[in-house]
Design a protein around this ligand. Structure first.
Ligand code: SF4
Length: 78
């Protein structure tokens, strides 16, 4: 299983992740990314058919703000 979360403290609102994985990532009013699946809680399992998009987004993030874990990853924020 894969779970993902955006570290919004390091996201620079570049817009790359939503382009790579529009079903996973969207942006708030300030352009900072969040995970659509669970409002950036890091607790929703990513569907397997989205793994390729998720990898592209993670690899394309210029600030390594996209975390991918094999278990829920809430611990990474707050
Ligand atoms: Fe933020 Fe990274 Fe997404 Fe760019 S690719 S908007 S820096 S999370």
């Amino acid at each position: 299983a894969k779970y993902t979360i955006v570290d919004q403290d390091t996201c620079i609102a570049c817009g790359a992740c939503g382009a790579a994985a529009p079903e996973i990532f969207d942006y708030n009013d300030e352009g900072i990314a969040f995970v659509l699946l669970d409002d950036n809680e890091g607790t929703a399992e990513v569907a397997e058919d989205l793994y390729d998009d998720l990898d592209d987004a993670m690899e394309g993030c210029p600030t390594d703000s996209i975390k991918v874990e094999s278990s829920p990853c809430k611990v990474l924020v707050e």
